[in-house]
Design a protein around this ligand. Structure first.
Ligand code: PRX
Length: 648
């Protein structure tokens, strides 16, 4: 076994951290990891009790660590804290107060740094602004922003006053904003006059204006002047410029203490049926999960400059841009724009100039950099990097090795982190100073996490066999529900196996206990690390006047992981033209957002269905991928349909 382990450029199937890294790491050895892990699962309440005391600042201690009435968990019952105070105030008045909390770089190259002390001022002011607009505990506010300091300030200010934020990714369409704002009945929207993306303006305010025509609950819109867009239209009595309201706001704000189970945010994510679901996270448990994983998985030190490339519109941006990182008092870099603007070396230029030490990104980005060529990377001094991370989809060993050698210079451990919007925090990874990595495997469970691989009958499969990944113990940062839909919460996560969380992923565990994620096994696609429900794309397509029926499947894609392939039947008399193909792509973009735009639209006279009328998706997947058809077609209603579909 040891002869296959390596710490240098000749990469085998196991890659160990260097002895220098181990020496300074928070967890320094496999033995230490194993000991802590055993403690965490043998008496979870004792373990979490101790961690919560050590890592967070509480105003009132809790009476009970966990109250578990499956599938409903309450953590730190009776305890009170303020999430924002933990992320900001507790660093003020300490040696950290003058260190950079946020370093912002805009796509055009403009920069802004906020120290913890300055961040505190901004957050207090915006908390006062929110309160002056009538926002109070439990109210929902929507945040539709570019990646700027103000976006993070808005999240923290919302948390500070006990409001619930829902961040809507800036690439989503007006329709998506409308659905989300109406679902959670937001009273206030924070947006900007625009953002920069590949040199073009993303007109965020225009999308908000369109959306909230049909959002009766919205009373106030606060608009950050990001780009100086002169065409922005403001409605008197509803819309206010951020800089104007901030000017008049006091920088003094007393943070109240809230119950540990106070809702913190709702984040919409795609499922296998219907509209996106509002995943609800609460305060104490979520903050503990994100704080602890940030500390241990990213091995955060006061001297680090940490950069996660995710947008705050996704869970990674919530947990590992805002909450977990700031709670640890780290220096956090945020970048507004695209990785290839003005050039494909922009990321490496940023790493070099800001001396970034920890870099966390998605495999889809890594594969794009590989394709663009090493010479862009080689122009830059990346010697400041000491740890790399990957998230969002399985990383193929080839991309892992490239990341390790070309970006990490063969010296930086890679943490491949498996988790989900629903889990709130990282669940499976290798602690960087403790365990060797296996390129392509997410690794081992984090403390307190008990993953297993089940077959359809709910039995654990043998090591090496594939099955469904489940989490068998409640954990502090787990979702508390789907906003306003208890039934769907139970059905989605807790009905496949009674009393056990099923995550929707296929997986296998090898003889060393390492988990290998195969990917989604439900009708959710992972496109460039983002979740897209096939049902959502299908309903967007049928909302177009020309479409009679549609079925959407994924096809393996070299860069994006999965491509979106749509099979469409048209209404009587509609001609299948290339023009219509383009129109349907655009239509999906308008209904959902550019990330969901189909890669391919295939017209078909009919869709393959069983005699009971179910669309045969596996067969469509094979057709889309150009594979031989594996599925038994004897149940197919009309065999000619397959021949027509194969022709496209
Ligand atoms: O399929 C898994 C994949 O992303 C899904 C969760 O998506 P989302 O809630 O949008 O959160 C993404 C960021 C945490 C999972 O069900 N996934 C995420 N990380 C990994 C992964 N698949 C394999 N390896 C990972 N490291």
């Amino acid at each position: 076994m040891p002869n296959k382990t390596t710490s240098s450029a000749s990469l085998g199937e196991k890659v160990s951290p260097s002895s220098e890294f181990k020496k300074q790491a928070t967890v320094k050895s496999m033995a230490e990891y194993k000991r802590l892990y055993a403690e965490s699962v043998s008496d979870p309440e004792k373990f979490w009790n101790a961690q919560a005391k050590e890592l967070l600042f509480w105003r009132k201690p809790w009476k009970q660590t966990l109250e578990w009435k499956e599938p409903q968990a309450k953590w730190f019952v009776g305890g009170k804290l303020n999430v924002c105070e933990n992320c900001v105030d507790r660093h003020v008045g300490t040696p950290r107060e003058n260190k950079a909390a946020l370093i912002f770089e805009g796509e055009p190259g403009d920069q802004q740094t906020l120290t913890y002390k300055q961040l505190h001022v901004e957050v207090c002011k915006f908390a006062n602004v929110l309160e002056s607009r009538g926002i109070k505990k439990g109210d929902r506010i929507a945040i539709y922003m570019p990646m700027t300091c103000e976006a993070v300030v808005a999240m923290l200010a919302s948390a500070r006053i006990g409001a619930i934020h829902t961040v809507i990714f800036g690439g989503f369409s007006s329709e998506s904003i409308k659905d989300r704002v109406n679902d959670c009945q937001a009273k206030l929207v924070v947006t900007a006059d625009g953002g920069w993306r590949r040199g073009s303006v993303v007109d965020l305010k225009m999308h908000v204006n369109r959306a909230i025509q049909d959002c009766p609950t919205v009373e106030t819109v606060v608009v950050v002047k990001r780009i100086g867009n002169t065409r922005v239209s403001m409605k008197t009595g509803r819309d206010y410029w951020y800089h104007t309201v901030m000017e008049g706001a006091s920088h003094k704000h007393t943070a109240k203490a809230f119950d540990a189970e106070t809702p913190l945010f709702i984040l919409y994510t795609s499922g296998s049926t219907g509209k996106p679901k509002g995943v609800l996270h609460t305060s104490g448990g979520y903050l503990l999960g994100t704080t602890m994983t940030s500390k241990y998985v990213f091995d955060l030190k006061d001297s680090d400059t940490y950069w996660c490339t995710a947008d705050i519109g996704w869970i990674t941006g919530h947990s590992y841009v805002t909450y977990g990182i700031l709670s640890n008092g780290a220096t956090n870099l945020i970048y507004e724009g695209a990785p290839n603007y003005p050039d494909v070396n922009r990321f490496w230029d940023i790493v070099e100039r800001h001396r970034v030490t920890i870099f966390y990104t998605a495999p889809t980005a890594i594969r794009a950099f590989m394709k663009w060529g090493d010479h862009h990377v080689k122009k830059h001094d990346l010697s400041s990097l000491r740890l790399l991370g990957s998230v969002g989809e399985p990383i193929n060993p080839e991309a892992w090795k490239w990341y390790y050698k070309t970006i990490g210079g063969g010296r930086c451990p890679i943490v491949d982190t498996w988790w989900q919007t629903e889990t709130g925090a990282i669940m499976i990874t290798t602690l960087p100073g403790a365990a060797y990595s296996k390129p392509g495997s997410a690794g081992l469970p984090f403390f307190g996490v008990v993953p297993k691989v089940f077959n359809d009958a709910g039995e654990e499969v043998k090591k090496g066999e594939s099955g469904k990944l489940v989490l068998t113990q409640p954990w502090p940062s787990m979702l508390r529900g789907l906003y306003g839909d208890r039934k769907r919460y139970k059905e989605t996560y807790w009905s496949e196996y009674k009393g056990i969380y099923f995550c929707g992923d296929g997986c296998r565990q090898d003889k060393d206990g390492y988990f290998w994620i195969v990917g989604r096994i439900d009708d959710v696609l992972n496109v460039s690390g983002h979740r897209i429900g096939t049902a959502e794309v299908e309903s967007a397509l049928v909302s177009h006047g020309a479409v009679a029926e549609s079925a959407v499947v994924g096809r393996p894609h070299e860069l994006k992981g999965s491509a979106v392939v749509c099979f469409v039947t048209l209404k009587e008399g509609v001609e299948p033209t290339d023009e219509l193909r383009r129109e349907l792509r655009e239509h999906v973009g308008e209904e959902i957002g550019a990330i969901a735009k189909p890669d391919e639209v295939r017209f078909a006279p009919a869709l393959p269905k069983t005699r009971s009328g179910k669309i045969m998706r596996r067969l469509l997947k094979d057709i889309a991928a150009g594979r031989e058809i594996a599925q038994d077609t004897t149940t197919l209603e009309d065999l000619n349909v397959v021949k027509a579909l194969q022709k496209g």
